[in-house]
Design a protein around this ligand. Structure first.
Ligand code: F0G
Length: 354
């Protein structure tokens, strides 16, 4: 039987699973690790990407959410809640539907990508949009979950990081070793903390090396780079539009213990990487994911990443999540012609075959 069983079954020895924990799954995990052939040659490095947009709801959040929702079921909870820039809410809503729980999501008005909103609506979540940002929404749901019989499934729930650490295991298994550098977008800073936990646990069991953790924030929301809260975070990469990351201390430890670094990338650098990945590698991911690639480009240029380095960049979410940014930032024009084969042929001869 070659069917992938999903994360809880595949990694049960590494996860907080007991006889009471349901094996909830949408067969998440086991995502592709793709070598970027063209970019590797161009940059003189060995660059692989972990395609987390291949998960069931299109982002890495499914790894943490399957664990957190399974534990909520185990504890007898009937309702889960989260604040979200979009992906966490899509994932929470899907796994809650799968498990038969209610799901409440709180999102920042006007700042969540259309695909993510469509998902939460279809999975049947209760959707509350506030005139505030993610940090304010998170503060709200943390308080509410302490007063009401509702389980919080943001990454401050430790089961989220337990599930998300499995991506580090997969990378080590897919490569046969840990990379020298793990490049990852940083928003609320849960994922970089989860990967570091995963690499350390894997290294302890299998004696693999540990990577240096390179965490990349958007320049308009770069709290960890500047060691200060950003009260009004802004970036085109709405998924990481976060000014006061909840896993601040864990993320700082990950970078310090691994001799890695935090760095920031501008929206222009993010959009450049976004277009380059799609047009020269065939890989379409959402803008926030491209912070990892933009960060690698920047750090190769300034000498912080050496030639020949073996790098894995985490691409956290699918490009289809945010069709508006794709259409608005692409230079590609749609040619409108009559329903006339001659006109179409003439155009093709003029453009493609010359
Ligand atoms: N990339 C994407 C596509 C994300 O959706 C997020 C976070 C991150 C990167 C950053 O990960 O927060 O663990 O540092 N999205 C959260 C959400 C905040 O609500 O969907 P992080």
């Amino acid at each position: 039987n070659m069917r992938w069983p999903g994360l809880l079954a595949a990694y049960k020895e590494y996860l907080p699973i007991n006889e009471q924990t349901p094996f909830l799954t949408l067969n998440e995990g086991n995502t592709p690790l793709v070598k970027l052939e063209r970019l590797s040659a161009e940059l003189g490095v060995e660059l692989f990407v972990k395609l987390e947009g291949a998960n069931p709801t299109g982002s890495f959040k499914d790894r943490g959410m399957v664990m957190a929702v399974a534990k909520a079921v185990e504890e007898g909870s009937k309702t889960v809640i989260c604040a979200s820039t979009g992906n966490t809410s899509a994932s929470a809503a899907a796994y809650a539907a799968r498990a038969g729980l209610r799901c409440i999501i709180v999102i920042p008005e006007g700042k969540i990508a259309m695909g993510k909103l469509a998902q939460a609506m279809m999975y049947g979540a209760e959707i509350i949009s506030i005139e505030g940002n993610f940090d304010q929404a998170l503060k709200m749901v943390r308080n509410i979950s302490e007063q009401e019989p509702i389980t919080l499934v943001n990454s401050v729930n430790p089961f989220r990081l337990e599930g998300q650490k499995t991506a580090a295991f997969e990378i080590c298994e897919q490569l046969g070793f840990a990379p020298e550098i793990l490049a990852i977008p940083v928003g609320n800073a849960g994922n970089i903390s989860a990967y570091w936990k995963g690499f350390k646990e894997y290294a302890a069991k299998k004696e693999t090396r540990l990577p240096k953790m390179f965490g990349f924030e958007a320049a308009g929301a770069a709290a960890l780079v500047h060691n200060r809260v950003f009260e009004n975070p802004e970036t085109i990469a709405t998924a990481i539009r976060i000014g006061n990351p909840a896993s601040w201390d864990l993320a700082v430890s990950a970078v310090q213990e691994s001799s890695g670094r935090f760095d920031e990338v501008s929206d222009e650098e993010i959009l450049f990487a976004y277009k380059k990945l799609a047009s020269s590698e065939g890989i379409f991911v959402e803008p926030a994911s491209c912070a990892s690639i933009a960060g690698i480009l920047k750090n190769i240029k300034n000498g912080s990443i050496e030639k020949g380095a073996k790098i894995v960049a985490v691409l956290t979410g699918n490009g289809l999540k945010d069709p508006d940014t794709a259409i608005n930032s692409s230079q590609t024009k749609v040619i409108r012609l009559a329903n006339d084969e001659n006109a179409v042929t003439e155009h093709i001869r003029g453009v493609v075959l010359d």
